[in-house]
Design a protein around this ligand. Structure first.
Ligand code: AMP
Length: 142
């Protein structure tokens, strides 16, 4: 239901309703402890595709496209705004893993990598993550 609402109505909602929807999703996804930390630790359920010392990769619960995968740093970092210089190689690693997963998923025609940042950037889960979205034609940005 939630994915249906996000996919079908998300972009066409008037701005005040879109803000309300984002407020709702932020509450919904952040009830209790960090859901992505639980998935990284193995106590939260997810369809895991890859794990290494730095990142965990799993399928998005409410896919916005035929392929929708999240690449998540194992360490809790709230958003891009909390990144430090020392995190540069971790961010590079996330992109390299994204490329490898895209190849595994046969996304040879292309895909989209997105990092939503902060409430106005559409971030609803406050544990930094890279969306890997593909399997359909993406609309141009803007
Ligand atoms: P964002 O809105 O950029 O913060 O993205 C958060 C994403 O996390 C959304 O696409 C949700 O569908 C997804 N999500 C929330 N909870 C889970 C979960 N338990 N397992 C997998 N994906 C999730």
């Amino acid at each position: 239901m939630i994915s249906f609402v996000r996919q079908r109505w998300g972009r066409s909602l008037p701005p005040f309703l879109r803000r309300f929807a984002h407020f709702f999703f932020r509450i919904y996804y952040n009830m209790g402890d960090c859901i992505f930390c639980k998935i990284v630790e193995g106590t939260g359920q997810a369809a895991i595709l890859h794990r290494d010392e730095q990142v965990t990769v799993f399928r998005d619960l409410h896919p916005a496209a035929p392929t929708h995968i999240l690449i998540v740093p194992n360490r809790h970092i709230e958003s891009v705004n909390q990144l430090e210089d020392a995190d540069a190689s971790l961010m590079g690693h996330m992109f390299v893993v994204a490329k490898q997963i895209a190849a595994q998923e046969n996304l040879s025609d292309g895909y989209r990598l997105t990092v939503n940042t902060g409430p106005q950037g559409g971030q609803t889960v406050f544990h930094l993550h890279l969306h890997l979205i593909g399997g359909r034609q993406m609309r141009a940005m803007g």
